[in-house]
Design a protein around this ligand. Structure first.
Ligand SMILES: [Zn+2]
Length: 454
């Protein structure tokens, strides 16, 4: 299926949120229902009033960010020694934190930004694959949990969709863990289950290199001398996805090759997420999401149905394979625009628009939500310089009357909470399914047999 975004849309959303109205209104009937709420241009409210309205929305529903690399920064700077990390202080004024280009985060800025929930990323370098990736990942899970424990008045560790709402109702930032990169499980379903039991609620299937069971987006581009090995997911990679469905762990397909995205959508029994990705229609790089995948994210898969028939004991489910996933828009400059110097808050507004236009035509749900990806933002988008600026983004979106308050609430957090809840529902339906326990085939590990115990 090819549903290329009209060139007029790309040109329009890359300018600003006023100018695309007239262009899109006549571009194609595919967008007509989405755009029908547009009215003639009217005087925008002053920024102060829009900011007040944005803050009111973020008081009602939690703003959930899909990816923050703060834990990696803590590892890099103080080797996870939290006594040397004064999270409650203004780190823009305190070295060595002030000069870090990763995270752009401290508690005062998170509070100013009205953040309601955060998937803290437990990422470890790709070159730890076949070495100590599991140890490092467990250390990152540990440091996130210790950080949450140190600031009980501000942070609350949660592992459920309801937990996000409960923490927000108490005025705390719901803190979740997402593990970034399938290399972290060392091709072990046992390690995957241990991560889940430690509270991990998403796993990104690859980072910037292939795992022995999934191709990454870097292989698709051919960068760094990498190449496609599995044409997507290997047979064992499909088992990883099924086990994640059974556990109730969100399958994150940011970073993977487009064929891997397709294979995941064909095999998953629950909604998937892009924890930090943008639309290729706007910035055509392999790290972003192709149009047809965004459409499939909310549509019915080509395979139509999924059935669970594994158990002799009668575990039988037949369900329409409708994904209902979300793409969490990434602020990372290089994924937003061709010319990095032009990245601004309006670029992110354009991403939110394009992701939703492509994803929402089959279903009355917005597809996107927010993912700051506050990492290596040497030149952050103008107007979105750090984690205090989320309300500014919503104030910018309020310039466009086609974004209703209900839309903005979905964008802030209700979309990811809806998808998370559906993942939990599938987990509950699969209770009678035994854990998947077949080891990865030896031949898939290739020349890394030292990792295999049997
Ligand atoms: Zn990433």
């Amino acid at each position: 299926m090819s549903l290329a975004l009209p060139l007029t849309l790309k040109a329009a959303v890359s300018r600003d949120c006023w100018s695309y109205r007239g262009t899109l209104g006549t571009s194609t009937t595919r967008f007509s229902s989405v755009m029908s709420g547009l009215t003639a241009s009217q005087e925008p409210l002053p920024l102060s009033e829009r900011l007040a309205h944005a803050r009111a929305i973020l008081g009602e529903v939690p703003l959930v960010d899909g990816h923050n690399d703060l834990a990696m920064t803590i590892r890099k700077v103080v080797n996870n020694q939290l006594a040397q990390f004064p999270f409650h202080q203004d780190l823009t004024k305190l070295e060595p934190w002030a000069s870090q280009t990763s995270s752009h985060t401290d508690l005062p800025r998170l509070r100013k930004g009205h953040l309601g929930g955060q998937f803290w990323s437990a990422w470890v370098p790709n070159d730890s694959q076949y070495k100590n990736a599991v140890t490092q990942t467990l250390e990152q899970i540990d440091v996130i949990k210790r950080l949450v424990d140190r600031y009980p008045d501000d942070l609350q560790f949660v592992t459920t969709a309801d937990g996000i709402l409960e923490a927000h109702a108490k005025g705390k930032i719901a803190s979740l863990i997402g593990v970034e990169g399938g290399h972290t499980i060392d091709s072990s379903l046992g390690v995957l289950r241990i991560f889940y039991n430690e509270g991990v609620r998403y796993l990104t299937l690859t980072h910037t290199s292939n795992t022995p069971w999934a191709d990454s987006s870097v292989s698709e581009s051919g960068d760094k001398g990498q190449h496609i090995e599995f044409d997507g997911l290997s047979a064992w990679g499909k088992v990883v996805v099924k086990e994640m469905n059974r556990l109730g762990m969100l399958v994150d397909i940011s970073h993977v090759a487009s064929q891997t995205m397709k294979d995941v959508l064909n095999v998953t029994r629950a909604p998937v997420i892009f924890s930090h990705s943008n639309a290729r229609a706007i910035r055509n790089i392999t790290r972003n999401v192709p149009d047809d995948i965004l459409v499939r994210l909310v549509g019915v898969s080509s395979s139509g149905w999924w059935v669970s028939l594994r158990q002799a004991g009668g575990c039988l489910f037949v369900r329409l394979r409708e994904n209902g996933g979300v793409a969490m828009v990434n602020f990372f400059t290089a994924f937003l625009v061709d010319d990095l110097n032009t990245a601004s808050i309006k670029s992110v507004v354009g991403e939110c628009l394009s992701v939703n236009l492509l994803g929402s035509h089959k279903r009355d749900e917005l597809t996107s939500t927010i993912s700051g990806r506050w990492r290596e933002l040497i030149t952050p988008p103008k107007g979105l310089e750090d984690t205090s600026k989320y309300p500014d983004l919503f104030a910018e979106l309020l310039l466009d009357p086609s974004w209703t308050d209900e839309d903005l609430k979905k964008l802030a957090g209700l979309n990811i909470i809806r998808a998370f809840r559906e993942v939990e529902k599938v987990r509950d339906e699969l209770k009678c399914e035994d854990p998947w326990d077949q080891p990865i085939p030896r031949e898939d590990i290739k020349d890394h047999l030292h990792c295999v115990n049997t």
